[in-house]
Write a protein that binds this ligand. Structure first.
Ligand code: FAD
Length: 392
């Protein structure tokens, strides 16, 4: 009997048939760019903890990847699935690069697009879509992460101005941002503010010593008597629903993106196991190895079907927050399991930067925590199933 040709893990569930020609084309274009322009540098950027963020933002902007699911003001206006697939390919390169794109497009730009005035949109969205201006999204504080309602950052009125005081922590793109979307407590409730990085009293510096997302800027923002004009507030956001809606928007990128990291791990591992000889046989020929690869491919395929289904729900306007939580919880958790399992197949080689697997694994630890930890999403799903909230 002839040995059958290996099937690519992406082909196992034939998910390509669920995509439009345009979606497949976008995925291929982003994948080609990642292979040609990013992949050769990724290990070095991660190792040094430095990468050319501004240059990459302009490159991603030139491809229409920044705010690509938003309409108007220089944004591409594509569907949720197309955007998700772009995130998947970016994260197959590195979660840090997908984070750059997600935070720019789905958090900072989305907040302006959804809650900003016409003037704010005109000023910021076109240069942000082009990658000429970078944005960040400041919600988390040193003592308020999973419970953003506990934030201490305050905005008080002073004549016609606003004055902001507080500290934001773990802010992606913070130290390279031209504009920070900062959420602060006011007498009327939580509101969003556009803080240009040049404003006196605003400083941002990198969080050092990270073992995850090293090809990503993560920063602390300090607001010390930052004085802003009245029109710096986002007029249409009042209450915690504003930032929570932005996070819900961004999680679709993670639901797809995390699978990109898992796919890169699995592709690498299958190739490795087919080459590596142990006990006189190829590692891929052992049943225990095949079980690991099969389980990984199943979870990857199921995760992709879920991602596409949720993307289609979003496109039809029917996606609920608990569905987003279910998708984020499942796909990041499974992606991390896949990365850890793949690492075992690579043995000692798996712990080096010569292979992308442990880099993805370390990155996915952050992805499991940011934009709602796995515990918080579990509680959201639990509340949906029981009608009882178990947060407090
Ligand atoms: C690399 C990176 C980039 C980030 N980028 C941004 C950004 O751009 N903007 C931004 O605003 N934030 C950002 N964050 C912050 C991120 O969203 C928070 O880290 C996250 O919300 C968790 O908050 P915390 O770290 O304070 O953990 P905590 O809230 O202190 O949680 C600690 C642990 O307790 C668990 N826990 C919390 N509540 C409960 C409960 N009710 N029941 C059981 N367990 C619970 C959590 O799940 C977690 O396991 C980033 C974080 C990282 C690591």
């Amino acid at each position: 009997m002839n040995t059958p040709q290996p099937v690519h893990p992406s082909a196992l569930f034939a998910v390509d048939g669920l995509l439009t020609d345009e979606e497949r084309e976008i995925r291929q274009t982003v994948r080609r760019m990642c292979d040609d322009e990013l992949r050769p540098h990724l290990a070095g950027w991660f190792d040094k903890g430095r990468f050319p963020a501004r240059e990459l933002a302009r490159r991603f902007g030139s491809m229409g990847l920044l705010g690509m699911h938003l309409k108007g003001h220089g944004c591409a206006g594509l569907g949720a699935v197309a955007y998700g697939l772009a995130c998947l390919e970016l994260e197959a390169a590195d979660s840090g690069l997908r984070s750059l794109v997600s935070v720019q497009g789905s958090l900072a730009m989305y907040a302006i697009w959804r809650y900003g005035s016409e003037e704010q949109k005109r000023e910021w969205l076109p240069p942000m879509a082009a990658g000429e201006r970078i944005g960040c999204f400041g919600l988390t504080e040193p003592d308020a992460g999973s419970d953003p309602a506990g934030m201490r950052t305050r905005a008080r009125r002073d004549g016609g101005d606003w004055v902001l005081d507080g500290t934001k922590m773990w802010i992606t793109n913070g130290a390279i941002a031209d504009v920070a979307v900062v959420w602060a407590r006011t007498d009327d409730g939580i509101r969003g503010f556009l803080v240009p990085a040049t404003t006196p009293g605003f400083t941002a510096h990198d969080v050092g010593g990270k073992l995850s997302l090293r090809a990503s800027v993560t920063s602390e923002l300090i607001l010390d008597g930052v004085r802003l004009p009245a029109d710096a507030a986002l007029p249409d956001a009042l209450g915690l629903a504003g930032p929570l809606q932005c996070l819900s928007e961004a999680r679709l990128g993670i639901i797809f993106g995390s699978l990109g990291a898992a796919l890169d791990c699995l592709e690498t591992t299958i190739a490795y196991a087919l080459e590596r000889e142990i006990f006189g046989r190829r590692l891929a020929s052992f049943q225990l190895t095949q079980e690991k690869l099969a389980d990984a491919a199943l979870e990857l395929g199921k995760g992709l079907l879920l991602a596409i289904h949720l993307g289609r729900l979003k496109e039809s306007g029917a996606l609920s927050p608990e569905q987003v939580s279910a998708g984020k919880l499942n796909n990041v958790r499974e992606a991390l399991t896949i990365a850890r399992t793949c690492r075992t197949v690579l043995g000692a080689n798996g712990i080096t930067l010569e292979y992308p697997v442990m880099r993805h694994m370390a990155n996915l630890e952050s992805v499991l925590t940011y934009e709602g930890t796995s515990e918080i999403h579990t509680l959201v799903v639990g509340r949906a199933l029981t009608g009882l909230q178990a947060f407090r």
